[in-house]
Design a binder for this molecule. Structure first.
Ligand code: HEC
Length: 171
């Protein structure tokens, strides 16, 4: 081989070696960068997978089944609503007008109306007794006061609030 050929080969292989090192460095860099990024799934691939694992058939319960389901759902909703009476309000007037007024405005069954004269003896018992009688129910000379006005969903606080409202609004 001639001398300048050897010289060329030496320089050329140095260049090739340099490029190999650079390529290796880039590969290592790309590898480590790839590891830092969370794998991302394409939307269509996800849809395709869901499609593949979807059940072959579903149960059609018929229109009756749907109606029964709807009825059960509305019954459950109604029950959930009744568990917190009147949306849990502590506004005595709301509870009074929705529930207690049924007896206490007309005086049905001997219930005392909101006339102060009918409450003098009752007020003399003290408010705590009135609260307790309204919560636990009370049978006196006049008639039967049902526990919580007949709505067990009322909380103690709600009954107390409505009793207080009644006392404040005696005429
Ligand atoms: C079904 C009818 C009825 C409903 C509804 C009703 N009450 Fe009465 N309540 C009565 C009757 C009857 C009495 C009188 C009992 C007696 O003294 O013999 C009474 C008495 C009371 C008394 C006086 C208790 C005492 O010791 O003298 C309070 C306070 C009272 N009710 C609060 C309420 C509140 C608050 C509500 C609503 C949450 C309510 N009531 C709903 C019938 C009712």
């Amino acid at each position: 081989m001639r001398n300048y050929d050897l010289d060329f080969l030496k320089k050329f292989s140095l260049v090739i070696l340099f490029l190999i090192v650079v390529t290796g460095g880039l590969i290592v860099l790309a590898w480590s960068l790839h590891g830092t990024i969370a794998p991302e799934e394409s939307e269509s691939a996800a849809l395709q997978r869901l499609d593949r694992i979807a059940p072959v058939a579903e149960v059609y319960a018929g229109s009756t089944g749907a109606a029964a389901q709807a009825a059960a759902a509305s019954a459950a909703a109604a029950q959930a609503a009744s568990q917190v009476a009147y949306g849990g309000t502590l506004d005595g007037s709301v509870i009074y007008n929705n529930l207690c007024a049924g007896c206490h405005t007309s005086g049905a069954g001997g219930a005392p109306t909101l006339l102060r004269a009918q409450w003098t003896a009752r007020l003399a018992q003290g408010t705590e007794t009135l609260h307790r009688h309204a919560i636990e129910g009370f049978t006196g000379a006049a008639g039967v006061m049902p526990a919580r006005g007949g709505n067990p969903a009322l909380s103690d606080e709600q009954v107390i609030a409505s009793v207080d409202w009644m006392i404040e609004n005696l005429q």
